[in-house]
Design a protein. Structure first.
Length: 125
């Protein structure tokens, strides 16, 4: 029988809540919930759920990778996950900036086409 402490129950319930919320948003077809967001939620909250229910698993993973017998493995994996997310966010921002630049260029050129200047439209000096 799995003996759980109060903090494990609270952390597990919180992880289940956020997992369920992400799944509901994705399968209900909300445009704000992309597949990447769903996958991120499953990985992050699923990991929190697993490590809250089985805290000795972290110790076993640390020994398996040869990183010691403490929380170093979890911290290391967390840093890697954060860096992956940062790079993904940077790529998204660059793509948005490119799209905005294209839209602004098209709008500016469209206004120039609409207002073809003729010599009598030019200001007199």
């Amino acid at each position: 029988m799995l003996k759980l402490n109060l903090y494990q129950i609270i952390l597990g319930a919180t992880a289940l809540f956020f997992l369920a919320t992400a799944l509901i948003k994705f399968f209900s077809g909300r445009r704000t919930q992309t597949f990447f967001k769903l996958l991120s939620a499953i990985v992050i909250w699923g990991s929190i759920l697993i490590f809250s229910l089985f805290p000795n698993l972290n110790h076993n993973i640390s020994r398996m990778f040869g990183l010691g017998e403490n929380l170093n493995t979890l911290i290391f994996i967390g840093f890697v996950a954060v860096f992956v997310m940062i790079f993904k966010i940077i790529n998204i921002i660059e793509r948005i900036e490119k799209n905005i630049s294209e839209i602004v260029r098209k709008e500016a050129l469209g206004h120039l086409e609409d207002k073809k200047t003729t010599p009598h439209d030019l200001p007199q000096l």
